[in-house]
Design a protein around this ligand. Structure first.
Ligand SMILES: CC(C)(COP(=O)(O)OP(=O)(O)OC[C@H]1O[C@@H](n2cnc3c(N)ncnc32)[C@H](O)[C@@H]1OP(=O)(O)O)[C@@H](O)C(=O)NCCC(=O)NCCSC(=O)C[C@](C)(O)C(=O)O
Ligand SMILES: [Mg+2]
Length: 355
């Protein structure tokens, strides 16, 4: 098998295309908010959402009716052309690579609104070959459209083969920005016996041992997380490649409590954000994927106590050392990135007093 040399990895894949980035910028992306650009009611809400959400994503794939595919593509071109997105990123999810729509999706979007598009989300990615295909095509279209900076690629992990190849997918191109979990298609592809879009299942559980041998007596049941393995594998693949992992959709829009739990599990495991399918999920995602005041207060105390960052100290009866400091710095750095774009958070974090 032949591998690219580092110098080739960072060369444009088409004459006239912008040079690939050497590092993926850490732009806040707590919520990737999905809208259907062919739905007039949803589309009308998009301009007013600028600044309230980190990423607006014009969805062209599943959840857009086959009859509306062209209208969705054209609707996205119109919204992108007419809207000033300010600090908010604009992403799209293109149709799958084996569909009749994807070629025109890419040709139209990159040549007409390429300078406004930050990231192209590619569904049902099976392996690095899918990323290589989009990588070259994007370069050709960037050159054709005179796009000034490279459009990044985000893969959805929603097939068993994709999960098996996740490390190769994460490092397939310098355009790779991140990966999201696609729990609904992944469940179907793996033949899991679930019927939901993300979230748990009451049947997937661990039961407390019988008390006094009474198997029919009162025994506590702990529901388990169906997605733990996949999210952890995805987080490792992304961190190793220097790109960003995300949870994905939580389809039970009314159950805001369980959505928050699922999002927080992903945040604690290393994800930087999640998807929002309905306006009411944005606030949950923004809150969960921003470090809490308590976390930042503690992290700053550890930073202050650790001086030059080496050695071990006792703080509130607990040992702190180089490694716990590094964890605290993850939170402090994230808080700084978020405060730079979110004035309310800045106020909150600035008001923290470290005793
Ligand atoms: C769930 C639905 C049907 C409920 O839609 P609704 O109209 O019944 O909800 P509502 O509460 O009545 O809506 C209130 C208002 O908000 C608007 N609205 C509602 N949603 C949005 C939105 N997203 N963005 C902007 N505006 C929105 C809606 O149009 C309405 O406007 P109105 O007050 O003027 O009448 C609707 O929210 C929706 O279609 N959301 C997007 C769904 C979507 O994108 N699904 C695909 C991603 S998940 C996926 O693909 C899986 C995956 C990864 O591939 C895999 O796991 O395999
Ligand atoms: Mg899907």
């Amino acid at each position: 098998m032949s591998h690219k040399s580092p110098k080739d990895f960072f060369a444009p894949l088409a004459v006239g295309a912008p040079a690939p980035l050497r590092e993926i910028p850490a732009r806040p992306s707590r919520a990737i908010h999905f809208f259907d650009p062919s739905n007039p009611k949803m589309a009308a809400k998009v301009p007013a959402m600028v600044g309230t959400v980190d990423v607006l994503l014009g969805n062209l794939e599943d959840a857009v009716k086959a009859d509306n595919k062209v209208a969705a593509r054209e609707g996205l071109v119109k919204i992108a052309s007419e809207t000033d997105f300010g600090p908010t990123q604009l992403w799209t999810r293109i149709n799958s690579l084996d569909s009749p729509w994807v070629l025109d999706d890419l040709i139209t979007l990159v040549t007409e609104i390429g300078d406004k598009l930050d990231v192209v989300m590619v569904p049902k990615v099976q392996g690095p070959e899918d990323i290589h295909y989009v990588d070259r095509l994007l370069a050709q279209l960037e050159a054709k459209g005179g796009v000034q900076r490279p459009i990044l690629i985000h893969a959805i992990l929603e097939t068993a083969r994709g999960v098996a190849n996740v490390e190769e997918i994460a490092s397939a191109s310098p355009r790779m920005q991140g990966i999201s979990l696609g729990p609904a298609d992944l469940a179907a592809d793996r033949k899991m016996k679930t019927t939901r879009v993300g979230g748990g299942h009451p049947g997937y559980l661990v039961r407390q041992d019988p008390v006094d041998g009474d198997i029919h007596g009162q025994r506590t049941v702990f529901q388990q997380d169906l997605w733990h393995y996949t999210i952890a594998k995805m987080v490792d693949a992304c961190a190793a490649a220097g790109i960003y992992p995300y949870y994905g959709p939580f389809g039970d829009i009314t159950d805001v409590v369980a959505a928050e739990d699922q999002f927080r599990n992903a945040f604690l495991l290393g994800c930087v954000g999640t998807w929002s399918l309905h306006p009411k999920q944005i606030e949950i995602a923004n809150r969960v994927f921003s470090p809490s005041v308590e976390d930042i207060k503690h992290a700053r105390r550890v930073v202050a106590a650790m001086g030059d960052g080496t050695g071990a100290v006792m703080l509130d009866g607990k040992m702190e050392d180089d490694a716990s400091l590094k964890q605290c710095l993850v939170l402090v750095d994230l808080a700084e990135e978020l405060a730079a774009i979110d004035p309310k958070l800045k106020e909150l974090y600035d008001a923290i007093e470290v005793d």
